[in-house]
Design a protein around this ligand. Structure first.
Ligand code: CTP
Ligand code: MG
Length: 342
């Protein structure tokens, strides 16, 4: 049981709000930076085509989902023309020969194929921009979940802002790096979206539950239904924004939600449906933080967390709740830098 928070002063709530908005302004890439990413992609695609004639490269992840940082990695997916799925392809040897080819590219360094991971990739470093990146093959579900996240980001600016704040928070608390045993950015983004769906009134709808037909359409990719309502121009006919809270209040609300309200033992963080989903339903009771992928329903983003790491993440949220939930007079009203806050 956590001690109740002292009453929030309106001045401090305003500071929180400024901090959240500033976080977004400081870290969101501008159009030039997004253009640079597209340019690198085009250049790589024409280079790769020298050997893989029908190759097409596509960006996904935070270069496309609306929550990218200036220094975020380039997540790239390669597909071959006329080949719908990876079926029948020897992905490991394609990755290996792709790595040999990329070593000849003058602008790239540190080419490293990783063929033992669940999704085989080749990593690279783009010297001129200092960006790191990786290319995977037929990572089709990731292209769809990127589009889903981008749609949520486009519904309300507060979604974007909160995702930035949460990612900065996760990086600074050292809890946002799946390759080192914690949670991926993607996992944290799903946590933010789930909270925003559960907020009363909700800040975002459940796009996978909105459809015009009698029943939910089926769009199957790798055996999973990737349908969601993506006609955002028409969304206001189906769903109206009733939540008028400030981003600052929503940020504090998020920290309170995951430390006071949400029952991790009982429930799954799942953004695909509004009805509660239990860890028992999913047979995922051996883990404490359970985050269901919106499309690949067998994928628990929290599966790789150790007991120790789980405690470490929960402690970061508990500290966050008390730091951001306790009004401090010392911050001047014109205070704007979110970095000092953490
Ligand atoms: N992804 C996934 N399943 C995972 C991890 C990642 O499907 N367990 C996909 C998601 O589409 C995600 C993308 O891979 O957006 C890239 O993952 P990652 O680089 O971890 O997240 P980003 O959203 O790109 O964030 P960052 O800015 O930290 O790179
Ligand atoms: Mg990324």
């Amino acid at each position: 049981q956590l001690a109740p928070l002292p009453p929030m002063t309106p001045a401090f709530l305003k500071t929180l709000n400024t901090v959240c908005q500033q976080c977004y302004r400081d870290f969101a890439p501008d159009d030039v930076e997004l253009g640079v990413r597209e340019h690198i992609l085009q250049d790589l695609e024409s280079f790769v085509k020298r050997q893989f004639t029908g190759a097409r490269l596509r960006l996904f992840g935070s270069s496309k989902n609306g929550f990218g940082f200036k220094q975020s990695d380039l997540d790239i997916c390669m597909v071959l023309d006329g080949q719908e799925t990876a079926e029948g392809l020897d992905c490991i040897s394609i990755i290996e020969s792709l790595a040999r080819l990329l070593r000849k590219h003058p602008g790239l360094r540190n080419i490293l194929p990783i063929t033992t991971a669940k999704v085989p990739i080749v990593k690279f470093y783009h010297a001129r921009t200092g960006l790191e990146g990786d290319i995977s093959l037929y990572n089709t579900l990731a292209l769809h979940n990127t589009r889903l996240l981008a749609s949520y980001a486009a519904i309300d600016l507060r979604v974007k802002m909160l995702c930035y704040v949460t990612k900065v928070f996760a990086k600074l608390c050292d809890i946002g790096d799946a390759s080192r045993g914690s949670l991926s950015s993607y996992g944290f983004t799903l946590m933010v979206l789930f909270y925003l769906q559960q907020r009363n009134p909700p800040v975002i709808p459940v796009l996978q539950e909105i459809y015009d037909e009698e029943k939910k359409p089926e769009v199957l990719v790798d055996g999973w239904n990737v349908y969601f309502y993506d006609d955002l121009d028409k969304l206001p006919e189906r769903w109206q924004q009733k939540n008028l809270e400030s981003v600052g209040a929503l940020w504090l609300g998020l920290l309170q939600f995951y430390t006071e309200t949400f029952d991790f033992r009982e429930h799954v963080i799942s953004i695909r449906q509004s009805a509660a989903l239990t860890t028992f339903n999913k047979q995922w009771t051996s883990k404490y933080i359970v985050i269901e992928d919106p499309f690949d329903l067998n994928h628990n983003l929290g599966a790789g967390l150790s007991r120790r790491m789980t405690n470490f993440i929960m402690k970061a949220f508990i500290n966050g709740r008390s730091v951001f939930g306790t009004s401090v007079k010392a911050y001047p009203p014109e205070y704007t830098s979110p970095m000092e806050f953490f």
